[in-house]
Design a binder for this molecule. Sequence first.
Ligand SMILES: [Zn+2]
Length: 363
Amino acid sequence: MIAYSLFKEKSLSGRYITMDLLNATCFSKLNAPIVQIGKSVDGEILKAFSIGMGAKKVLMWSQMHGNESTTTKAVWDMVNFLGTQDELALSILEQCTLMIVPMLNPDGAKAYTRVNSNQIDLNRDAKERSQPESQALRQLFQNFKPHFCFNLHDQRTLFSAGNVAKPATVSFLSPASNKERDLTPNREVAMQVIVAMNNKLQELIPGQVGRYDDGFNDNCVGDAFQMAGVPTILFEAGHYPKDYQREKTREYIFYALVEALTTIANNTFPNYSTSDYFKIPENEKLFFDIIVDNANSVNPNIEIGHRIGIRYKEVLEKGAILFKPEIAEIGLLTEYFGHETWDCSDSVENLPAEIMDLVLTVS
Ligand SMILES: [Zn+2]
């Protein structure tokens, strides 16, 4: 087991990760030449860098959705690990050349939005490539000619790993490359690498790995690169209990990245079976951040037996991300789970004031 804490990039933590922060910390001490691959809508320089000398080329990009920063943190942890004399790190860099774009959407990162400064979702712009960030990534893809692509994202807290009360702490997808969702050779390779990562993660977070549905959308970057014949893997960093800053999830993404690179470097992914990929449970939307039970006992406007499902809205305020609870749904909600559950019939004195206030607003 890798001693993760030795490689964790201490200058990055929490959810609000901006290009200014990366420039002041990680980029300034980076031991690799930085390549300018383009500029964002607001004129921020889009940066890439390459490490390793091997024949197997891996392109990875993070934060194409500006408010999805967990994988950016994990990528720098990985870069720190690969910069050591660790035997595994050396062998990965001997076999692989990595091209890394730590932040494809710096304008969205600054504003803490999914979209870029023109309000465009860059992951729905693969065909038109109307945005400079999309053009920069495509150009890099064409110049670098990767053998593998890692498309790095965060997912919301509502996802469960299947029909169970387990959050999807990490989810993966080998995107389809046509609308028939055929198992093309490169799609199968991506599945095999995912199975390797899933096997590793099951030792650490059993039952907390999910699989995204593979509905084909050629406007998504992963689908488009898969269509171009390159095995492409979608990584989704999700919720770990009580870890809204995603510092635990960051660690699991680190292990997943290192495992993927190990199996690519050693050429061991053909040992994994694509049928095991389909055994990974599909993501379901079964979680609220908080469920309040028996709210009727404090607010008679709520029907007896109804539960209140609350989700946090993430709000950028004075350079920090606040988690503001909002009522998402009221009803029987029998099939749903809460990352936290409060029962008003027995623990009302423990109910946080902001949750109590929300319950009392229901009229
Ligand atoms: Zn995303």
